[in-house]
Structures are given as structure tokens and as C-alpha cells.
Design a protein around this ligand. Structure first.
Ligand SMILES: [Zn+2]
Length: 315
């Protein structure tokens, strides 16, 4: 991530800033007080909070800086000093629930960012999550809120088990949770269909004042955890497509927050693609050429999401 930050500064004349720690007030918008106390108690020690979520002595401080970086990105973009921001952080956040650490996540960085944007006066905020895993925490935090749209493409069935097409939000939030569950093994063409058929049309109809992206790179074919087959080019294309929607809807305001991605050279390649998508002044999403394999997984995912959301969006 340091290498990518240096390249951003050098090749795109971009600003690179160190984050401040998130405040308790900012955390408390999306996490319970008892949970915040419990995470606070992990400062300086190693403890297992979940079967795959452990702290090191530094985790508490690093997680507070990660959430603070997401806050900083939102503040700069909403204030207009910058139009686009990439928040380069670990630990990731989208599995963190209001009251529970899960899946390597402690504080839900993107949810904290969305809640902060709302507190600063942003009307509608869209969160798009293309990590290979479903962002259960983000969905649950906002599933009753019609002002925060959550759209996820993810491998399904897969960890964490949530993210079926018929999970579309609750009460006033009905229709503002959009899940595009995709069978394992899907490739670029499947994701191109999912974006073109569901993700982008819903975003355009929602007309967000800010686009947030949960950018995980574990749907890449080289990732050791996910079973998808996306290329680096497809990750760039997804980011570029989201940036184009932000250009159309909200004067380009987009904040990309990193999530998973467990093959380090691939993570670097994908982040270079993202910085290119964010750094150039104009361009369009360029998907890889369609291969010989029919995108049946993508078609199935689009059909399921369309069916579940038929009364909510024109799809
Ligand atoms: Zn993931």
C-alpha cells in the first residue's frame, strides 16, 4: 500500500495524507456502546474475537486509523477540495456488525464513512461492494434506511452466508438493499452483466450525492480465498463504471475504501488499476473482450436480482 501511495503521488500528482484516529462519536453512529468498549479492551493485547478474527497488540490503534482514513476521504470529497479519494486501509470493515467483529473486520469503515457523510448533510449515499464476500455488516447497519443504498456483487453461497437476492431491505429501507449473488467460478463477462443489468441502473435511478465503494480484490482469479475468475482489467472496469456514475450523478464524488484481497501482487495490480480509473480525467469502463465461456452465472444472478427487485426499480 505504501508503494501504491508513492505511485499515486508520483504518477498522478495525487495528494497522500496520513489519517487521524476516528472519534468515539463517529464510531457510535454504527456500532453499539458495549461493542466499542469491548474492542477498546483489546488495545495492546492479542485476543481471538471470532474463529478467524484476531487482534494483535496494534490492531486497536490501526483499526481506529483505518476508520479515520475513511472519514478523512469523505470529508475531503464532500468539502470539494478533492473529487475522488482512495482509502488504503487494513483491517477491512464490511463484515463488522453493529455489535460483533467478524471476518477480519473490527470497525465497519465504509459504514462509518456513509454515516459521516449523512451527518455532514449528504442526502443519498450509495455503497457499492464488489468484494467477493457479501458485506453482511454494511447491509444490516443500513437495511432499514432508504437514504443509504447498499449494492453488493458477491460469490454465493459462500462466507458469510448472507446476501441472497431476496434480501432487499426492511420497512422503509425496502428496495435499498440490492444483492446480486453470483455462483462461484464466475468471470469478467458474468460481472459485466451484473453491473450492466443491476448495479449501474439501480445507482442511476437512486441518484446518490456520494458514491462509496467497498473495494475488495478477492474475486480475482489469483486470490487464494475466493473462487471467482476476475481479471485485473475487470476490477479496473468496475471501478471506472462506478466513477462514471459518480460523474453523472454527483459531480464525480466517489470514495473508494479497500476491503479484502489476499494475494499481495494481485492486490497491488488491482490498486494500480483503481488509481488509474480515479486518476485520469476522462475515460470509459473498458471490460475485457468476452471469452468463449457463456456467462450463465451472470445471467442467473441478474435474473434473480431483477425478480426480487421488480417492484422497487426499473430493471
Ligand atoms: Zn472479501
Amino acid at each position: 500500500m505504501d508503494v501504491i501511495a508513492d505511485e499515486w503521488r508520483r504518477d498522478h500528482s495525487g495528494d497522500v495524507v496520513s489519517p487521524r484516529e476516528v472519534t468515539r462519536e463517529q464510531l457510535a453512529r454504527v456500532h453499539d456502546a458495549a461493542y466499542l468498549r469491548r474492542i477498546g479492551e483489546t488495545a495492546g493485547i492479542s485476543v481471538a474475537l471470532d474463529s478467524d478474527t484476531y487482534t494483535s497488540p496494534e490492531t486497536y490503534e490501526v483499526a481506529r486509523l483505518a476508520a479515520g482514513a475513511a472519514i478523512e476521504g469523505v470529508e475531503r470529497v464532500l468539502a470539494g477540495s478533492h473529487r475522488r479519494a482512495l482509502v488504503l486501509v487494513r483491517p477491512p470493515g464490511h463484515h463488522a456488525e453493529r455489535d460483533r467483529a467478524m471476518g477480519f473486520c473490527f470497525y465497519n469503515n465504509v459504514a462509518i464513512a456513509a454515516a459521516h457523510a449523512r451527518a455532514l448533510g449528504a442526502g443519498r449515499v450509495a455503497i457499492v461492494d464488489y468484494d467477493v464476500h457479501h458485506g453482511n455488516g454494511t447491509q444490516h447497519i443500513f437495511e432499514q434506511d432508504p437514504q443509504v443504498l447498499y449494492v453488493s456483487t458477491h460469490q454465493y453461497p459462500f462466507y458469510p452466508g448472507t446476501g441472497a437476492a431476496d434480501e432487499i431491505g426492511i420497512g422503509p429501507g425496502r428496495g435499498f438493499t440490492v444483492n446480486v449473488p453470483i455462483e462461484g467460478g464466475a468471470g469478467d463477462e458474468d460481472y459485466r452483466l451484473a453491473f450492466g443489468g443491476i448495479v449501474l441502473p439501480v445507482l442511476r435511478q437512486f441518484r446518490p450525492a456520494l458514491v462509496l465503494v467497498s473495494a475488495g480484490f478477492d474475486a480475482h482469479h489469483r486470490d487464494p480465498l475466493g473462487e471467482m475468475r476476475l481479471t485485473t482489467t475487470a476490477h479496473t472496469a468496475m471501478t471506472m463504471a462506478l466513477r462514471e456514475v459518480a460523474d453523472e450523478c454527483c459531480d464525480g464524488k466517489i470514495v473508494v475504501v479497500t476491503e479484502g484481497g489476499y494475494d499481495l501482487p494481485t492486490l497491488a495490480d488491482c490498486l494500480r488499476g483503481v488509481t488509474n480509473a480515479l486518476g485520469i480525467e476522462r475515460g470509459g469502463a473498458e471490460w475485457p473482450a468476452a471469452g468463449a465461456i457463456a456467462p450463465s452465472r451472470g445471467r442467473g444472478a441478474v435474473a434473480a436480482a431483477r425478480n426480487a427487485l421488480a417492484t422497487c426499480w426499473a430493471l
